[in-house]
Design a protein around this ligand. Structure first.
Ligand code: GDP
Length: 335
C-alpha cells in the first residue's frame, strides 16, 4: 500500500469503529499487505480494535464449486439483514494463488447482498500472503466485528485443507452439499462431514426435490454412526433452495439454537479461547519460519545443506536439526 493511502493506527481505529466503509476497506488492504512495514502497523491495528471485537457470530460456509455458495450467501445474508443483523462476508480461496486465478473471485457474486448498506463483502486475498490466507481472514473478521458487523460469514471452497483452516476460526460450520444423480450425496469426505455442525443439501427445487429428500434420509442415517461431539451437538441435516429462497429460516433457527446451547454449556467460549491460542501458535510458527529464512547469516548454510540433502549426502533430518541449532545459536543473546 502506498504511503499516502495510510492512516495512523488511531485514525484507522476511529474510522472502523464508526463503520466508515472506506477506512475499513483500506484497513483490510493493510492487513493483507505483504510489505514488512505494513505488517507491524497491521499488528497494531488489530491490537487497537481488539476491545471492540467478539460481539459477533462467526459462521463458516463451505462446499464444492457449483454447490451454490454464493447464491446461498446472497439469500441467507438478506434474511439476516431483514432480521436486523449486519453481515460481513469474507472468503478463503485456496485457488487464488498468484497467477492461477480464483474460482471464487472471477464472477459477479452475491449481487443482491452487495447492494445492501448493511453488508460488507470482501473477496479473497491471494494466498501468496505471509501467513496464508487463513491468518489474514482472522484479522479481517476482527476488523469487521469492530465495525459493527455482527454476523461474519466465512466462505471457502471444499478442498479439504481450507475447511480445516476455516473450522479453526468460526463458531459454526455449515456445509453445503448436493444430491448426486443416484440420490447419494456428491463427494463429501467423512472428515469434512464430521466437521460440520449443519449439512444443508442445496438445490431442493424442481425435479431435484425428491433426490434431495432421499439424500437427506441417507445422510441422517449415516450420521448416526458418527462419534458424538464433545460439545454435545449432533450434526443436523437441512435442505434448501438458494435459488428460490426456501429453507433459509429453518437454517437460521438451527444456528440460533446452536449458539444458545453452546453459550449455556460454555463450549462457545471454550472454543473461542482455544482458537485464539491456536492462532498464537500458528503465528509463532510463522514468525520463526520467516525469521529463519530471511536471516542473511543463514542463507549460505541453508543453500549448502539443501544441495547436500538433494544429492543424498546428508539426511533431511540431520540437516534440518543442524540448521535450526545454528540459527538458534546465532540468535541467542550473549551476555
Ligand atoms: P458456488 O460456486 O458454490 O458459489 O455456486 P453458485 O452460487 O455460483 O451456483 C452455481 C450454480 O448453481 C449457479 O448456476 C446457480 O444459479 C445454481 N444454483 C445455486 N443454488 C441453486 C438452487 O438452490 N437451485 C438451483 N436449481 N440452482 C441453484
Amino acid at each position: 500500500m502506498s504511503r499516502r493511502n495510510r492512516y495512523s493506527v488511531p485514525e484507522y481505529v476511529a474510522g472502523i469503529v464508526k463503520n466508515d466503509r472506506q477506512i475499513l476497506s483500506r484497513a483490510v488492504t493493510l492487513v493483507e499487505s505483504t510489505l514488512p512495514e505494513d505488517q507491524r502497523l497491521a499488528e497494531e491495528l488489530v491490537e487497537g480494535v481488539l476491545s471492540f471485537t467478539g460481539n459477533s457470530l462467526r459462521i463458516g460456509v463451505s462446499g464444492v464449486p457449483g454447490v451454490g455458495k454464493s447464491t446461498f450467501i446472497d439469500r441467507f445474508g438478506q434474511l439476516l439483514i431483514e432480521r436486523g443483523y449486519r453481515v460481513a462476508v469474507l472468503t478463503v480461496d485456496p485457488s487464488s494463488e498468484a497467477g492461477k486465478g480464483s474460482i471464487l473471485g472471477d464472477k459477479t457474486r452475491m449481487e443482491q447482498l452487495s447492494t445492501s448498506p448493511n453488508a460488507f463483502i470482501r473477496p479473497s486475498p491471494s494466498s501468496g500472503i505471509l501467513g496464508g490466507v487463513s491468518a489474514k481472514t482472522r484479522e479481517c473478521s476482527l476488523l469487521c466485528e469492530a465495525a459493527g458487523y455482527n454476523i461474519i460469514l466465512i466462505e471457502t471452497i471444499g478442498v479439504g485443507q481450507s475447511e480445516t483452516a476455516v473450522k479453526g476460526m468460526v463458531d459454526f460450520f455449515l456445509l453445503l452439499a448436493l444430491a448426486g444423480a443416484g440420490d447419494e450425496l456428491q463427494g463429501i469426505k467423512k472428515g469434512i462431514m464430521e466437521m460440520a455442525d449443519l449439512i444443508v443439501i442445496n438445490k431442493a427445487d424442481g425435479e431435484n426435490q425428491k433426490a434431495v429428500e432421499r439424500a437427506k434420509g441417507q445422510l441422517v442415517e449415516a450420521l448416526h454412526f458418527f462419534p458424538k461431539k464433545e460439545n454435545g451437538w449432533i450434526t443436523e441435516v437441512s435442505t434448501c433452495s438458494s435459488l428460490m429462497g426456501v429453507g433459509m429460516e429453518s437454517i437460521w433457527n438451527t444456528i440460533e439454537s446452536f449458539e444458545e446451547k453452546m453459550k449455556i454449556n460454555g463450549f462457545f467460549y471454550k472454543n473461542r479461547a482455544l482458537q485464539r491460542v491456536h492462532w498464537m501458535k500458528e503465528q509463532i510458527h510463522l514468525l520463526l519460519e520467516v525469521g529463519f529464512y530471511s536471516d542473511k547469516k543463514m542463507s549460505k548454510e541453508i543453500a549448502q545443506k539443501k544441495s547436500l540433502v538433494q544429492t543424498g549426502g546428508k539426511s533431511a533430518l540431520a540437516a534440518a536439526r543442524e540448521l535450526v541449532e545454528k540459527y538458534l545459536y546465532l540468535n541467542s543473546i550473549k551476555e
